[in-house]
Design a protein around this ligand. Structure first.
Ligand SMILES: [Zn+2]
Length: 121
């Protein structure tokens, strides 16, 4: 059994976003898997993402999902279509709107460093 070599990303406390891509069909996706969700090929490749993308959807969270987040509401959650072709959910600037071009930054949230999108340019 081989251990996949993953690119470092924010889930490990690093200020970086990693994604996976399939060498066989060129699909790209965000959540780590052992197989390509499109064609089923094994051994996807982990790559660092640029952090650039476009807002696909946004919502303002008014109700804290956990008691520890009470001091953080309301906060913006965005779905971003990245330039690498995968879609990811993350925190974002409250002023972001659908179609905005964004850049990933990072900020602390509930004791973790999480991706935080701001308007690019
Ligand atoms: Zn594939």
């Amino acid at each position: 059994m081989s251990t996949p070599a993953f690119a470092a990303d924010w889930t490990g406390g690093t200020e970086a976003i990693a994604y996976q891509a399939c060498p066989a069909c060129k699909s790209a996706w965000y959540f780590r898997r052992q197989f390509c969700p499109s064609c089923g090929a094994a051994d996807p490749v982990s790559k660092p993402a640029s952090g650039k993308g476009k807002v696909y959807a946004e919502t303002l969270v008014h109700r804290a999902p956990v008691p520890e987040a009470k001091g953080d509401v309301p906060y913006k959650i965005v779905l971003v279509d990245t330039e690498e072709g995968f879609r990811m959910m993350a925190h974002g600037d409250p002023a972001l709107a659908i179609g905005d071009t964004v850049m990933a930054r990072f900020k602390p949230f509930l004791g973790k460093t999480v991706p935080y999108f701001v308007k690019a340019g």
